[in-house]
Design a protein around this ligand. Sequence first.
Ligand code: HEC
Length: 168
Amino acid sequence: MKPHIKAAWLGVAASMAMAAAMADVGKDERLKLVVEPYERHLVLLEMRNFLRVWQVMTDSLIKEDMQTLADAARSMGSGAANEIPPETVAKLPETFKMLAGTVHTSFDMIALDAESLGDPGHTLRQMGVLLQTCNACHGIYQVSTETVPQLKQKSSASAKATAVKPAR
Ligand code: HEC
């Protein structure tokens, strides 16, 4: 995807996340991605790995140990992107896949820059931008194993239908 298109998508995702946050009064309004239990487990496992790696990165940043930081970041880069099986990926909406792709390529970029520039301030700024992508996606989606998808609901079904329809 071309960078300007990606930026536009991110803008859309961020405003959706903001709208979701404002509507969030005791009710989970995030789009429900309906998957099998093992798929939910794999998605959440990857998420916890993001957070685990994030902790190594902040620790390394304090020590200005940019090589350890780069190694940690790279472990969540594009090389880690295929840990979710293709049949699961096929169920995910385009925006979700785009945001996930942005996260993986951002980890790659952070690793490269940490090695070549060795500038903790630069890395910290990149990490801040990356967190915006984490937050954007968290504001939009939830993963569910509910067998009856929200397609059954009459109102506001159109937005939710796109989330459960296999993306082709
Ligand atoms: C493409 C979308 C997307 C991106 C990008 C994303 N997440 Fe998530 N994350 C989710 C979804 C969906 C859930 C499950 C939310 C739910 O069902 O309530 C989740 C859950 C989590 C959880 C909870 C895991 C658990 O076991 O319950 C953590 C921690 C997490 N994400 C961390 C991160 C971090 C850190 C980043 C950025 C580096 C990130 N996520 C980026 C979609 C995303």
